[in-house]
Design a protein around this ligand. Structure first.
Ligand code: BGC
Length: 422
């Protein structure tokens, strides 16, 4: 699946104008949006955007690719663009937005952004990734926090334990849960979640500066280091606390394992909250949220955005309306209440949000001040898609193959990360 991220380079060879000429004509006012929001909670959040666009007279058409994390969706997007028939907009992430823009595939929404003063509404960390050569080409929907640990309070009680703040505490709680007959960690068989857990372990074990050196700067002395080997060993140690659920066990099923009380803890970003709510659980009350062990001062972010593709002239108005709707203040509140994330606009109050979102909002701002706001590697915010894909492969294989040592995984990870530099 990781390979799904790795095909943008092929586009350079395909001239946009020629490809566009072969595209079948699109219906007037049709807004076709490629996305991977197919779970109950995700679809409920998106329904709010569809309703706005429909009320403005546009015909919303879904191009959904069921696959949490979006790897398969990116593969489908590539094939749509290469065949000269891009969607009106697609849900894509930080580094990939820049890659599509560099390949001259994205349409400007700068007029809307300037008119509505997005520069004053968005933190610079966000607006920078939504622009190419100073012009907006994507509209941000939210900020998801990745380094969350979710805990079932009944399981905690059964194990007579407290929420862990450090890795030592985490393993002590996990042992107590095991003894109490529970699965300590609900884990999904999907590889994008392996990578998400791994990056949180790296911050906890090696620290924020280590994360920056290893994953933002791809510094060889951090990629091959005692901290990296310890990160990999700690990450692999988690496996014995998970149930052997197999590849079909997706993130929604893993979340259900936690909320049903079968498992005690879950390492996942806050999109899991939408599923908890859909299952009648209140985040912060029925399910506890704490930062992943030893990462309390850090915030790894994953920002969902809609990028507009170069399509025929008739879609232009729809793209502008879509961009305006995404950044509307009320919409930002409604969408994020349903999605589990926090609004990306700095002026939306969090009064109506649950305690986990409130904590997320505070931590987002304080980590930005302290220099501990970190782009998520797993979610395509930190490195080009092909680099993430290669690293992702190594981490998934290491998780799956019991014979691979942490040392070997470290060597392979460093090679994967530095492949472009050779
Ligand atoms: C996206 C979320 C989505 C989750 C599960 C993440 O990569 O940012 O919006 O809900 O994957 O599909």
């Amino acid at each position: 699946m990781a390979a799904a991220f790795a095909t943008l380079a092929a586009l350079a060879a395909c001239p946009p104008a020629a490809a566009q000429a072969q595209a079948p004509p699109r219906a007037v006012d049709e807004v076709e949006v490629l996305h991977f929001w197919t779970s109950g909670g995700e679809a409920a959040a998106l329904a709010k955007l569809k309703a706005t666009l429909r009320a403005e007279g546009h015909h919303w058409k879904d191009f959904t690719v069921a696959d949490g994390g979006g790897g398969l969706a990116m593969m489908m997007l590539n094939s749509r663009v290469v065949s000269g028939n891009p969607p009106t907009a697609a849900q894509i992430k930080g580094a990939a937005i820049q890659e599509w823009a560099r390949n001259d595939r994205l349409a400007s929404i700068d007029e809307v952004a300037r008119g509505d003063q997005w520069n004053t509404l968005l933190p610079a960390t966000v607006s920078d990734t939504m622009k190419y050569h100073g012009r907006y080409i994507a509209a941000p929907l939210n900020v998801h926090r990745v380094n969350w640990l979710w805990i079932n309070p009944a399981a905690l009680k059964k194990a007579n334990a407290k929420p862990p703040a450090t890795w030592d505490e985490f393993f002590a709680v996990a042992d107590a849960m095991k003894k109490a007959g529970l699965v300590p960690v609900a884990h999904s068989g999907q590889s994008w979640l392996d990578m998400g857990a791994f990056e949180s372990v790296a911050i906890g074990v090696g620290g924020v500066e280590f994360y920056k050196r290893a994953f933002l700067r791809l510094d060889p002395s951090a990629l091959i280091s005692p901290e990296m080997e310890k990160t990999l060993a700690t990450y692999k140690r988690l496996k014995s606390y998970t149930a052997n659920t197999g590849a079909g066990h997706d993130w929604v099923a893993a979340t259900a394992m936690l909320t049903s009380g079968q498992a005690g803890m879950l390492m996942m970003g806050d999109w899991a909250k939408a599923e908890m709510r859909a299952g009648g659980k209140r985040p912060g009350v029925d399910v506890l949220c704490v930062p992943m062990p030893d990462t309390a001062g850090a915030f790894t972010f994953d920002i969902d955005a809609l990028a507009m593709f170069q399509v025929n002239g008739r879609d232009k108005q729809a793209q502008q309306d879509l961009a305006r709707a995404v950044m509307d203040k009320d919409f930002q509140q409604e969408f994020n209440l349903a999605k589990g994330s926090i609004p990306v606009r700095l002026d939306v109050k969090l009064d109506k949000f649950d305690d986990c979102a409130k904590r997320s909002g505070l931590d987002f701002k304080s980590s930005a001040r302290r220099g501990t706001l970190l782009p998520s590697l797993a979610h395509g915010m930190a490195q080009p898609s092909h680099t993430v894909a290669r690293m992702w492969d190594v981490i998934s294989q290491f998780w799956a193959q019991d014979k691979m040592s942490a040392h070997e995984a470290m060597t392979r990870l460093a090679e994967a990360a530095r492949a472009d530099a050779r």
